[in-house]
Design a protein around this ligand. Sequence first.
Ligand SMILES: CC(C)(COP(=O)(O)OP(=O)(O)OC[C@H]1O[C@@H](n2cnc3c(N)ncnc32)[C@H](O)[C@@H]1OP(=O)(O)O)[C@@H](O)C(=O)NCCC(=O)NCCS
Length: 178
Amino acid sequence: MSVEYITGRKVSLRKANPEDADLLCKWYADGRVMIHVGFPDGLHGDIDELRQRLAVIDKGNSLFIILDEYGNPIGECNFNNLNKESCDIGIKICEIAYQGKGYGQDALTIFVKHLFTTYGLERICLNTLLENHRAQNLYLKTGFKIVKTNYDCWIDPTGTSRSSVEMVLTKNDADFVK
Ligand SMILES: CC(C)(COP(=O)(O)OP(=O)(O)OC[C@H]1O[C@@H](n2cnc3c(N)ncnc32)[C@H](O)[C@@H]1OP(=O)(O)O)[C@@H](O)C(=O)NCCC(=O)NCCS
């Protein structure tokens, strides 16, 4: 089966498949990456369950692998709760050495462009931790706006109370899509 790529300046994206389960589990277990999404000790999920999930075509949820300019996997982005108007997204540059070098911005730009044009969405939503200024800066730069702050909305696995920020990118604010 041929693999479709969404290509940007520095990165490309391809749909994750069951063979990516090992790498994704390794990334999710890495506290240095996952601390920024509220899991300081990483997430230690069931690899077989993930492998099975990646084998199923689910129209409302999907996960993509982010590849660098040489085709090396460096992170993932995903959408959930897809409906006629909107979806929720997430993004992680999981190889630490690749963070802060423009890969996240390129991946986010082509990902949201793909979602707006493929599904005719009105808006794309996301949730980030209040203290994750690096991610918020990237989202603001891409045109997302903060719509709500939820203080003390979640207790993380270490028992720490966390606050989150809801952000939205509307079709009209996504200049690069037009
Ligand atoms: C957040 C993340 C996706 C950003 O991707 P990245 O490749 O590291 O960032 P980029 O190099 O593309 O930078 C894009 C913009 O992000 C912001 N940014 C990047 N590094 C930053 C830092 N250390 N501090 C503040 N802002 C920063 C800036 O606005 C930057 O634009 P600029 O370089 O013109 O100032 C990536 O760092 C990551 O995956 N972190 C761990 C997981 C995570 O936090 N995911 C988001 C969950 S909501």
